[in-house]
Design a protein around this ligand. Structure first.
Ligand code: G4P
Length: 530
């Protein structure tokens, strides 16, 4: 079963992945079918609102309000065959955010869902680029084959061209749109026939002895069969065969064709994740990498959700386990503060439920309720001073000033802003000059979400207004050089919630000038989370 027989079986059977797609391609539907076949839900439609409804603003706010739901949906664990799948959700709204990026640091692979009629869309492309930064293995699911879709070669070409990745067909669709009858499974020489009558029924699977097997003609109309033979012959000539190594290195993606809503092609995709992996991968850390099979437990925080319950300022830190076998009640060292932490009520996320995690293995995602000690990027170990790396913070692309509706509440506002900054929901900068704060985000919708959460969770109406600045850069360099630079550029200087120095400006010209005039400091659009 495992490609890594040297791993403890509990680790070898884990698959931790995310689904990336453009809105409407079918991510929610596919997730739901995964849960259905994983036995985590009884019936499709049980998980959460679908596509459009979920994305409308009011619904998004409602979801934000209903923190329980969005938390459960952030990570879902379920079993399939011998495998334990951990599916980590990428944020549902379309503003690309660093939240998405950080989520992808917690997974070992991604499924890219595309709509067969639309091909590679903008959001897919962006998310794909993020996966590429980490060389994540990608499995592709071409969805909605029950509808009119594009020519298969055209779709494959587009993926190869736009994403610069080799594509190998794992299945080949038979017929298009109304004529679509199913797929030929190229990896296992089987015919999979779609049942249009029952959307939750798994396809009928017929063993076939190659494309010349007379059995094919019993199930596939003659004109489609001719076309299938011709296309598969061409595909085998033109497209590379599956190369496990290239897949694991992220340079080749196998593609399955299917229809999530009709439960078609979903199991084959799940089998693909199971069979080809990858298993939990090593985690980059300083001063050394962490291997999943290490006996000692370690993990890192990739996401924090605050104010689950507005009455208590509690948060849940989402921790990806990097190594070992964790058991509830264990004492782990919080490396940043060097303090021990007893992890007594960690949670696991099972579809729409949360339950206490009695144990967890490398690859799993657990939630740790805490009072703010755990921040994004923090590492937990059994004592060794390891620091997980590669969880960056991006410079925000939109800046606005923020003020409390009631000036007497300025202190409260500060507290709220700092909490959101720690959660990673926004960047908060305190300019050296004047009063007030500058808030930075990646997508405009985040301002509204922030305003609504500050009001909801802290009872503080706030106003955002235009800021004189449009760009923020972290100032790196020796302590003296940074101080000297800050003193000479006070109008532009601010500190972030960690106390790090930031340069604010509205002109690229300023940034170029600093780079020219101050060779001892560098301005950077990212910083590693500490
Ligand atoms: P998303 O999370 O990626 O945004 O997509 P979602 O699953 O919500 O699917 C978007 C729309 O596409 C939904 O229709 C869904 O039913 C439909 N869909 C998903 N998979 C398939 C498929 O295999 N074939 C076809 N024909 N449609 C599919 P909707 O009208 O927005 O919602 P609903 O009324 O169906 O709930």
């Amino acid at each position: 079963m495992s490609n890594r027989p040297d791993l403890p079986p509990e680790i070898a059977r884990r698959r931790t992945f995310a689904i990336i797609s453009h809105p409407d391609a079918g991510k929610t539907t596919l997730t739901e079918k995964f849960l259905l076949f994983g036995g985590a839900i009884q019936m499709a439609g049980q998980v959460r609102a679908k596509g459009e409804a979920r994305r409308t603003r009011s619904d998004f706010m409602q979801m934000e309000k209903d923190r329980g739901i969005s938390v459960s949906a952030s990570a879902m664990s379920f079993d399939y065959r011998n495998f334990r799948f951990n599916l980590v959700d990428t944020p549902g709204h379309s503003d690309f955010s660093e939240d998405t990026y950080r989520t992808l640091t917690a997974v070992d692979a991604a499924i890219m869902v595309i709509d067969g009629a639309k091909g590679v869309e903008s959001q897919t492309q962006k998310l794909f680029e993020v996966c590429r930064l980490r060389d994540l293995p990608i499995l592709t699911f071409c969805n909605k084959m029950d509808r009119e879709s594009r020519d298969v070669f055209e779709i494959i070409d587009e993926i190869q061209e736009n994403l610069a990745i080799d594509v190998t067909p794992a299945s080949w669709p038979i017929g298009i749109g109304r004529d679509f009858v199913g797929c030929y499974d190229l990896l296992r020489d089987r015919l999979e026939l779609m049942d249009r009558a029952d959307r939750n029924k798994v396809a009928e699977s017929i063993e076939i002895n190659g494309l010349d097997d007379p059995k094919l003609a019993e199930h596939v109309p003659a004109h489609l069969l001719d076309k299938l033979r011709e296309e598969v012959e061409m595909a085998r000539e033109l497209l590379p065969p599956l190369d496990a190594k290239a897949f694991l290195e992220g340079t080749m993606t196998p593609i399955w064709f299917g229809s999530a809503i009709n439960s078609f092609g979903v199991k084959e995709l799940m089998d693909g994740i199971g069979n080809f992996g990858p298993e939990p991968q090593p985690t980059s850390a300083e001063p050394r990498q962490i291997a999943p099979e290490e006996k000692k437990v370690s993990g890192f925080v990739f996401k924090v959700q605050a104010n689950m319950d507005p009455k208590h300022r509690d948060r849940v830190a989402f921790v990806r386990m990097s190594s070992g076998h964790f058991e509830r009640g264990m004492k782990l060292t919080h490396v940043r503060t060097k303090k021990p932490m007893a992890i007594s009520n960690p949670v696991l996320f099972l579809a729409s439920d949360r339950e206490l995690a009695e144990e967890a293995w490398a690859g799993d995602i657990i939630g740790i309720p805490n009072h703010g000690q755990l921040r994004i990027g923090d590492t937990l170990t059994e004592g060794e001073a390891l620091k997980v790396t590669g969880i960056p913070s991006f410079a925000p692309e939109l800046l606005q000033g923020v003020r409390a509706g009631d000036p007497m509440k300025a202190k409260h506002l500060e507290k709220a802003l700092f909490q959101f900054a720690e959660e990673g929901a926004a960047k908060v900068f305190k300019p050296a000059f004047g009063s007030g704060y500058v808030v930075g985000v990646v997508g405009a919708l985040q301002f509204e979400v922030l305003a609504s959460r500050i009001e909801l969770e802290y009872g503080l109406p706030v106003r955002f207004d235009a800021s004189q600045f449009t760009s923020a850069r972290w100032v790196h360099g020796g302590k003296d050089a940074v101080e000297k630079f800050a003193a000479a550029n006070k109008q532009h200087i601010a500190t972030d919630h960690d106390g790090d120095t930031v340069y604010l400006t509205r002109l690229q010209w300023d940034i170029d000038r600093v780079e020219r005039d101050y060779p001892d400091v560098t301005l950077s659009a990212t910083k590693e989370m500490m």
